[in-house]
Design a binder for this molecule. Structure first.
Ligand code: FMN
Length: 359
């Protein structure tokens, strides 16, 4: 059945993409329920979710519409990327549709209201109605100093500040070092020693916050992965092991995948060769499937959350079949509207395969 959103799509697609997203956010702030929440409880080492579908990072960067996202029927949301202080992001235009491919190009560059505002908004939500996770990263101004002495200490202090401030309101954390839209960020991810310098101390801090708060289970710390190697190749066990191997002992899981530089260069007219941005949506699904298949082999005991190219319930089922425990949506909602969340949650609950991926 065609949803109201899909019937309005010819109008929506006339609007500039970031503007249309802002309008959608305003609608989500209204006290309306957009979808039934499918009950499909999932538990991983004490972390309990009402169902296996979440809204990916970047959709609600500043925790402005968490209740609205719960009202779409999502089981969880990754708020963020949250920075320790406000940042305007890259100049506009920085988000657009590649409609013929059902894809989104973006080069947002972490616009953020900053930790204090996000913490205040989350604190005001008494019972958000879904699991709230926080996606965090060092500030772009700090990343710019990645080649200078003391960078790891500065970045680590910022992650410490973020987990300390957000711990009372977040049930798990994701460190994002895989956005292509902050110059130098993926360099940090691919650089040697970052697992020990940044991730291990952040997890140790979370353990002490858990102990002080008397949490009955450890707050999981995940790392978000890019969809491809630095050379633009899909992951294989050897290439992904180079990234995941050092992280395995110091984190609890992975989110795969972030947006693709190489798909952006191929498909988005805005992609400049020296700063291409990233592509998400339908063309990303094959890379997300590859990444999750390899990840299930390399990190069988870790929590694995899939993101990338989910436009139907069948896509979500395919990602779980590939090895993911949970699935996130973002670009698909721009093309399909909020009903995609409940469709995916129901498909996972039923274990249905109602068509080919992306069908
Ligand atoms: C406009 C836009 C902004 C995004 N911002 C973030 C972000 O702040 N942090 C992050 O980790 N991922 C961000 N992402 C990546 C998404 O979380 C997700 O990994 C990616 O879009 C693939 O999923 P999709 O194909 O369902 O969109 C963003 C994606 C888009 C399209």
């Amino acid at each position: 059945m065609t949803s109201l959103y899909e019937r309005m799509w010819p109008l929506i697609r006339q609007l500039p993409t970031e503007w249309a997203h802002g309008l959608g956010m305003r609608a989500l702030a209204l006290p309306i329920r957009l979808g039934e929440r499918v009950s499909d409880p999932f538990e991983w080492r004490g972390l309990r979710l009402p169902n296996r579908i979440g809204v990916a990072a970047g959709f609600d960067k500043d925790a402005a519409v968490v209740r609205g996202v719960a009202g779409m029927g999502a089981g969880f949301i990754e708020v963020g990327t949250v920075l320790n202080r406000p940042w305007s992001g890259n100049p506009r235009p920085r988000m657009s549709r590649v409609a013929e491919q059902r894809a989104i190009w973006n080069r947002m560059g972490f616009p953020s209201d900053g930790l204090a505002t996000v913490r205040r908004r989350l604190a005001a939500l008494e019972k958000p109605g879904l699991v709230v996770a926080c996606n965090i990263a060092p500030h772009p101004l700090t990343i710019r100093t990645a080649d200078q002495p003391g960078f790891a200490d500065r970045a680590c202090m910022e992650l410490d500040e973020l987990v300390t401030g957000l711990h009372p309101h977040a049930e798990f954390f994701v460190v994002n070092l895989s956005s292509p839209n902050t110059r130098g960020l993926r360099g940090v991810l691919h650089g040697s020693g970052f697992a020990d310098a940044l991730i291990a101390p952040t997890r140790a801090r979370l353990a002490s916050l858990d102990a002080a708060a008397g949490r009955d289970h450890a707050t999981p710390l995940l790392v978000k992965l890019p969809p491809e190697t630095a050379e633009g190749k899909p992951w294989n066990p050897d290439s992904l092991e180079q990234l995941v191997g050092p992280l395995r002992p110091v984190c609890d899981g992975f989110v795969g995948v972030n947006t693709s530089i190489h798909l952006a260069l191929r498909s988005a007219k805005e992609a400049e060769p020296d700063f291409p941005g990233g592509l998400s949506g339908a063309p990303l699904l094959p890379l997300a499937l590859d990444a999750n298949r390899v990840l299930a082999e390399l990190a069988p005991d870790h929590l694995r959350i899939a993101a990338g190219g989910v436009l139907s319930g069948a896509d979500a089922v395919a990602l779980v079949d590939a090895g993911a425990h949970l699935v996130e949506v973002f670009s698909g909602m721009i093309y399909r509207g909020p009903s995609l969340v409940a469709e995916c949650a129901e498909a996972l609950r039923a274990g249905a395969r109602p068509g080919e991926p992306n069908g």
